[in-house]
Design a protein around this ligand. Structure first.
Ligand code: ZN
Length: 420
C-alpha cells in the first residue's frame, strides 16, 4: 500500500485525496486535494464551478493526533464569489467555516469540554483554554438540535453574570426537557426580543407559560405584540426566595457597618464569619456555622429578625403547599415584613404583593423549583470554568454544549466516510 493511500484511510476525511505525506520534527503534514470540482461557500449552501481568481490559498487544519504525532492537514484552496457572502476561501467538507481544526478534532474538544477539567483537557489535546472557547462556539453553532425551539410550551428565562457582573447572559430553558434551548449575551428587553424574533410569531403564540425573575425587562419583552402575549407570566419561587436572601444580606451589611464603628474591633471580626451561617440553608451548615447561628439568635435584634423572615419565606416554597396555602402564607409574610421596620424587607413585601398573581401561577402550574435551582447551580459551576475565555459568547457555548439539546458524537462513533 502506498503511504498516501494509507494516510487517506487513517485520517478518514470526507471529500479529499491525499497527495503527499511529510514527516517533520514532531508532526506529520499531510497534503490533500479536494475531489469536488465545484466550489462551496464556507457559510452557506451556495456552490459554483466558477473561481473568483486563480490565486491559491494555503490552508492548514489540525486533525486528531496520530499516536504522539500531531497531524496537520494542508491544502491549497480556491476562492469563491458567493452572492451573499462575497469573495471567500472555499469551504471544505471536513472542517467548519473559519476553523484551523478538522471537524473530528473539534467534536472531540466539544465533548471533552463538557466532561473534563480545564487542565486535563489542555494537556491531553495540546491546546490552550481560550482556543477551547473558540472551538466550542463553532460546535454550538452547528451542533444544537435544530428542532429545539419547537414544542416550547412552558419555558423559563434567566440571567447569569459572567466575570463578576461585567457581562450578562440571558438563557431560555424548556421546562419539559429541562434543557437550555436559547441564549444570548445581555439581560435587557432587547436581548429577549431577539429570542422571540428567532422563535417567530406562530411558535411564540404557542407558549402557555413563561417563568422569569421579577424585574421589568423580560416581562416587557414577553408582552410585546407578536411575542408571548397570551402566556401566563410566572415568577419562579426560586427567584422569590433569592430576593429574600438578598434582603437579609442588606440587613447583615448594615449591621456590620455599625459594628465596625465600635471601639472593640473583635466584635466586628467575629461577626464577619456570620455571613454563610445566615445565608446557607440550615441543613447545610457546618458545626461551626451552627454555633455562630445560635449566638446570633441569642443576640437577637435586626439581624435575627431578618433571618427568621428569610427562612419563613423559604419554607413557603418548600414544594408541599397548595396554591391557597401559599397565598395565605405570603399575605402573612408580607404583613410581618411590613411591620419588621427593616427597609429591605418592606421593599420586598411591596414587590411580592405586586407580583403575587404571577408567583401563585408558578405554584399552580408546578414550575419546578428544584429543577430550576439544580440547573442554576450547574450553570454557576460552568460559568466559573469559563473564566479565561475571550468572550461571553464562549461562556455561553460552554453552557449550551453542556446543558443544551446536543448529541456529542465522537469521531470513532461516526460511520466511516463512504469514500473508496
Ligand atoms: Zn455564502
Amino acid at each position: 500500500m502506498r503511504v498516501t493511500t494509507a494516510f487517506k484511510r487513517l485520517m478518514d476525511l470526507p471529500g479529499v485525496t491525499v497527495s503527499d505525506v511529510d514527516f517533520h520534527l514532531a508532526k506529520v503534514v499531510v497534503t490533500v486535494k479536494l475531489r469536488s470540482a465545484k466550489l462551496h461557500c464556507p457559510e452557506c449552501d451556495y456552490t459554483t464551478k466558477a473561481r473568483y481568481d486563480t490565486r491559491p490559498v494555503a490552508s492548514t487544519w489540525r486533525h486528531l493526533d496520530l499516536g504522539k504525532w500531531r497531524l496537520v492537514v494542508q491544502a491549497f484552496l480556491r476562492r469563491i464569489d458567493c452572492p451573499i457572502h462575497g469573495a471567500r476561501t472555499e469551504g471544505v467538507p471536513f472542517a467548519r467555516a473559519n476553523s484551523h481544526f478538522t471537524r473530528d478534532f473539534e467534536d472531540l474538544v466539544g465533548w471533552s469540554a463538557t466532561t473534563m477539567d480545564k487542565t486535563a483537557l489542555c494537556r491531553l489535546l495540546r491546546i490552550d483554554w481560550d482556543t477551547v472557547g473558540r472551538i466550542i462556539e463553532r460546535v454550538m453553532e452547528t451542533g444544537l438540535d435544530p428542532k429545539r425551539l419547537d414544542k416550547l410550551f412552558v419555558c423559563g428565562v434567566d440571567e447569569v453574570s459572567w466575570r463578576k457582573g461585567h457581562s450578562y447572559l440571558t438563557l431560555v430553558s424548556n421546562n419539559d426537557t429541562k434543557k437550555f434551548v436559547w441564549g444570548k449575551e445581555g439581560k435587557d428587553t432587547a436581548t429577549l426580543d431577539s429570542f422571540f424574533e428567532e422563535l417567530g410569531e406562530e411558535r411564540s403564540a404557542g407558549i402557555e407559560a413563561i417563568s422569569m425573575d421579577m424585574g421589568p425587562a423580560f416581562d416587557k419583552s414577553a408582552r410585546k405584540p407578536g411575542h408571548a402575549t397570551k402566556a401566563i407570566i410566572c415568577y419562579d419561587p426560586f427567584h422569590v426566595v433569592q430576593l429574600g436572601t438578598k434582603a437579609l444580606e442588606k440587613v447583615r451589611r448594615a449591621v456590620w457597618q455599625d459594628l465596625r464603628k465600635l471601639p472593640d474591633k473583635d466584635v466586628a471580626r467575629r461577626f464577619k464569619g456570620a455571613r454563610w451561617a445566615l445565608l446557607k440553608n440550615p441543613g447545610d451548615l457546618t458545626d461551626n456555622q451552627s454555633v455562630t447561628l445560635r449566638k446570633l439568635k441569642r443576640r437577637g435584634g435586626d439581624l435575627w429578625r431578618a433571618y427568621v423572615l428569610k427562612e419563613a419565606l423559604r419554607a413557603i416554597f418548600a414544594g408541599d403547599l397548595s396554591e391557597d396555602e401559599v397565598s395565605m402564607l405570603l399575605d402573612r409574610f408580607c404583613s410581618r415584613a411590613q411591620r419588621s421596620g427593616l427597609k429591605p424587607f418592606i421593599t420586598l413585601a411591596k414587590t411580592i404583593r405586586k407580583r403575587k398573581a404571577g408567583i401563585l401561577a408558578a405554584v399552580r402550574l408546578g414550575v419546578n423549583n428544584a429543577t430550576h435551582e439544580g440547573l442554576n447551580r450547574r450553570v454557576r459551576l460552568i460559568i466559573n470554568r469559563a473564566y479565561g475565555f475571550h468572550s461571553a459568547n464562549a461562556a455561553l457555548a460552554l453552557i449550551m454544549v453542556t446543558l443544551g439539546p446536543i448529541e456529542h458524537i465522537l469521531p470513532h462513533e461516526r460511520q466511516p466516510t463512504a469514500d473508496p
